[in-house]
Design a protein around this ligand. Structure first.
Ligand code: SAM
Length: 283
């Protein structure tokens, strides 16, 4: 088997599985699932359904949030004994709001090879279809449940100009939207629900409008939120010096103040700006 080497120490494959549509499994994922010695699954019953669908029969071991410590040690032992293991979660990419981190860190410490088998991930698919800026984004996952931590997290992201991605459960949607509104204020938001499933839908609104609908929204949800508007000052570089001068003049600033402000916005020495305007009659 090319994919899996037969060295003494096994390999840990991090295998993405579908997030709804069972056809979203890669050929490589199927091959790895067929060829590993063991599959570590977040919920073995859930994974068994997928394996049955793929007609794969393999020993399964549970690896979920509440047993990550103990199971990590067991998996490391199996890997050291030469077993190749596939780690899967209930849906999508392991380690993304799903268990995986612990065993991956431990493998790195122990010099055990880790190989990702890419596939579905709800946040990436929600982002690419959102129509919001995809150049830069911040993935938050689920907001903390604790009120204080939640507020702190929202304060932390309030001023980011990057697109923000959140995971949320439908029964908490309304509260989350209200918390968002309170701290980051009204903005464009895209709610992507039931991705890859029959009722896949994108609701493109602003936060206020979405709050009105929140109670009726069901299913699995990703929220993609427009980043904060770039501060006006950041756009000054697009201004000519004349336009920049005019901008502050219209705000009623005195000549000296205008020069100081322009120099600050453009991060240059104020004498340089002064020289540029020296012949202007009003300076
Ligand atoms: N590991 C997964 C991934 O790669 O996206 C995420 C697992 S996390 C426990 C589950 C959350 O992911 C859901 O509450 C929802 O926010 C999002 N999610 C998963 N599947 C989804 C789908 N089909 N449509 C929309 N959101 C989904």
């Amino acid at each position: 088997m090319k994919e899996i080497n037969q060295k003494e120490i096994g390999i840990l494959y991090i295998v993405a599985t579908p997030i709804g549509n069972l056809e979203d499994i890669t050929l490589r994922a199927i091959k790895v699932l067929k060829e590993v010695d063991l599959i570590a699954a977040e919920d073995t019953r859930h994974t068994l359904k997928l394996l049955n669908h793929l007609e794969i029969s393999k020993p399964l071991i549970s690896y979920h949030r509440h047993n990550e410590d103990v199971k990590t040690d067991i998996l490391i032992k199996e890997l050291k004994e030469g077993k190749n293991i596939a780690l899967v979660s209930d849906a999508g990419t392991p380690g993304i709001c799903d268990p995986g981190e612990e065993v991956i860190k431990k493998c790195i410490e122990e010099n055990i090879q880790i190989v990702p088998i890419p596939g579905a991930c709800a946040m990436i698919n929600a982002l690419i279809c959102s129509g919001l800026d995809t150049k830069e984004f911040v993935f938050i996952g689920f907001l903390p449940l604790n009120k204080k931590n939640r507020k702190e997290k929202l304060e932390e992201i309030k001023n980011t100009t990057k697109t923000i991605i959140l995971y949320e459960a439908p029964h908490k949607l309304e509260t989350t939207l209200k918390d968002l509104k309170e701290i980051i204020e009204n903005r464009k938001i895209v709610l992507a629900r039931e991705l890859t499933k029959i009722h896949e839908e994108y609701i493109r609104e602003d936060i206020d409008k979405l709050i009105e609908k929140a109670k009726e929204i069901k299913g699995e949800i990703v929220l993609i939120i427009e980043g904060a508007k770039k501060r006006e000052e950041n756009n000054f570089l697009n201004f000519s010096l004349e336009e920049h001068y005019q901008y502050y003049k219209e705000k009623g600033l005195a000549k000296k103040e205008i020069i100081k402000q322009i120099a600050k916005d453009r991060n240059v020495n104020k004498n340089e700006i002064y020289q540029k305007f020296i012949n202007k009659s009003e300076i």
